[in-house]
Design a protein around this ligand. Sequence first.
Ligand SMILES: Nc1ncnc2c1ncn2[C@@H]1O[C@H](COP(=O)(O)OP(=O)(O)OP(=O)(O)O)[C@@H](O)[C@H]1O
Ligand SMILES: [Mg+2]
Length: 346
Amino acid sequence: MPSSVMSTSTRDHSSPAAVSAVGLRKSYGDKTVLDGIDLRIPAGSVFALLGPNGAGKTTAVKILSTLITADGGQAQVAGHDLATHSQAVRAAIGVTGQFSAVDGLITGEENMLLMADLHHLPKREGRQAAAELLDRFDLTEAAKKPASTYSGGMKRRLDIAMTLVGNPRIIFLDEPTTGLDPRSRHNMWQIIRELVSGGVTAFLTTQYLEEADQLADRIAVLNDGRIAAEGTAEELKRLIPGGHVRLRFTDPAAYRSAASALREVTRDDEALALHIPSGGSQRELRAILDWLDSAGIEADVLTVHTPDLDDVFFALTGPAGTAHQPNQPNQPNQPNQPNQPQENAR
Ligand SMILES: Nc1ncnc2c1ncn2[C@@H]1O[C@H](COP(=O)(O)OP(=O)(O)OP(=O)(O)O)[C@@H](O)[C@H]1O
Ligand SMILES: [Mg+2]
């Protein structure tokens, strides 16, 4: 793999696109799954596609990796047109599907060598690539055992190791860390980061919003067949309200008197909690504390909540009105002030 051809400074919109798509459409029967999707993923970056179950994430991955064809729209992957040069696209990419491609009847090593054969690697090179990847994914010890004896996480790691045979420049990872324990998940993130710092482009889908937050340069949220929002994690968080200071009381009387003293707050009577809208900056917190002091209010627990990607996900994909309830400050539609330092007390 040519190393470090891309630095992080190239991860912006001026980079050549590894994946670009305009107006991608796909229906199954009368169900429209993708209703005109536009994408532009700079080379050497990580793109995360989020969305609820059934949103069409896997469908998008399958189209872009040539496993199925779109009904409409155009896409280029690695500079090749998907419709007319699917063979060239295939040569440039690696795909880890949502469900395992591991053959349980043969060993982990044999699975890897099979992939090397599929990539027409010479025998020696294939063996070397297999050994290196097995080691990198902590599977050397298990390499000679039938894959059917592997745990779910081991199979997932083998799956991804198999994707990397042949040094693909673009990798599609459909829920790469589902079922992995926290340590394996962090290892996987590290491996993805290393690949990307070597110039590889990663297109991943995930249900773990933290994963997108940690890894992705850009994130898109798929809902109802369309991209509901796209941007960096910070940009997406700024789209929604939700930053607040939460005051929790144990004494119902103290709660009631605070609630009547602080009229401009949202009440959560069940939890005995009050939410004061706040972007979470030090200055705002000081003002709130001063205000509470002067009103003689002392909460038992004070926490600062800044919107996270879970909030974004709920706000963008939930049925209207049900999303986001406990965190909703009483000033809906008032976005957080941009450029404010965001503290996070969770
Ligand atoms: N081969 C198929 N035939 C008919 N319908 C399909 C087919 N494949 C997918 N679908 C439908 O397309 C929609 C999107 O499915 P897809 O697998 O892309 O969702 P997803 O976002 O990956 O969901 P998940 O988070 O559960 O993996 C679903 O309603 C699914 O039932
Ligand atoms: Mg899926």
